[in-house]
Write a protein that binds this ligand. Structure first.
Ligand code: NCD
Length: 300
């Protein structure tokens, strides 16, 4: 693996390798990337992804350069193309972590890359490092990655986290996926075609009560309203996916409630202290997984 653009690139062997590296780095923090430089280039807002990559690099002894708002503070504001910016930054950094507002950037960049590029979210496309940290969370919290029934609740249409996680889970045994959303926010055809190709069971539901008591994982995600055609859709969809303390308490014994965050109004703060809520553990696991990824790319 030279770069990481899509979850499909991660096979179970690489995943095993990355997760054992994450375990090792949790137990023993060493400055193993001393002298290396990571550039973070973010054209869309971010809290967790950018700061956890930067923290991961610092914790491994490496240096960080970057711009938190490349759209306004890099030469993009003067009309520079992504291709030109990447070619220049490749001379300053050993790895580039990139968040961009359009999907399928891999195809655009394929010919010009000279250092590893890690996709930190491309529009409504993919977010492979989020999916990796989500899978690592499932492994740590449930003790397995096979035999999982998961409900994707909220916005499976525009959420890049959902797409990448579905693609990753498809590599494991006995997975079933329940999409819960308004009809307008059903998953895109590529996701369903992938599930069909891999013989993975899936169902689509309008409301949570059909699945809440049955699944091992509720993967909630924010309605991506910045990608919606109009405000109306948000108002129509938000109610049917609300999770409050009462709803969360009806989850199956041992099941977990995940969310890539940030939350929206549909995840009530009164859920936060329930044992099933693991969404504030995900960012911690994410730090470990991103340390593992940086070590994987930079120690080759
Ligand atoms: C997600 C993202 O940016 O795709 N957040 C994250 O990286 N943790 C989810 C979102 O914005 O809803």
């Amino acid at each position: 693996m030279q770069h990481l653009f899509e979850a499909q690139q991660l096979d179970p062997d690489i995943i095993r390798q990355l997760f054992s590296l994450a375990d090792e780095l949790e137990a023993k923090r060493e400055p193993r990337l001393k002298g290396k430089v990571m550039a973070s280039l973010f054209y869309e807002p971010s809290t967790r992804t950018r700061l956890s990559f930067e923290s991961a690099m610092h914790r491994l002894g490496g240096g960080v350069i970057g711009t938190e708002n490349a759209a306004s503070f890099s030469s993009a504001a003067k009309g520079e193309s992504l291709e030109d910016s990447i070619q220049v930054i490749s001379m300053y950094a050993d790895v580039i972590v990139l968040r961009y507002f359009e999907k399928d950037i891999a195809k655009r960049l394929a010919k010009i890359l000279s250092v590893p590029v890690i996709n930190a979210g491309d529009g409504a496309g993919q977010h492979p490092t989020q999916a990796l940290l989500d899978l690592y969370t499932i492994k740590r919290e449930l003790g397995r990655m096979d035999d999982i029934s998961i409900a994707m609740v909220g916005d499976p249409k525009y959420s890049r986290s959902v797409r990448s996680l579905v693609y990753l889970l498809g590599k494991y045994k006995n997975i079933s996926v329940h999409f819960v959303s308004a009809p307008e926010l059903r998953p895109e055809p590529d996701i369903l075609a992938y599930l069909d190709r891999h013989n993975i069971r899936y169902e689509q539901h309008d409301a949570l009560d059909a699945v809440i008591t049955k699944v091992d994982v509720i993967y909630r995600n924010r309605l991506q309203k910045e990608r919606f055609p109009n405000e109306d859709l948000y108002k129509r969809c938000i109610d049917r996916i609300t999770i409050n303390r009462e709803v969360a308490s009806s989850m199956k014994n041992g099941a977990i409630l995940m969310d890539p965050l940030p939350r929206d109004a549909a995840l009530s703060p009164d859920v936060d202290d329930l044992p099933q809520a693991v969404y504030f553990k995900q960012p911690y696991y994410g730090l470990l997984v991103r340390m593992a990824l940086l070590a994987y790319f930079l120690e080759k």
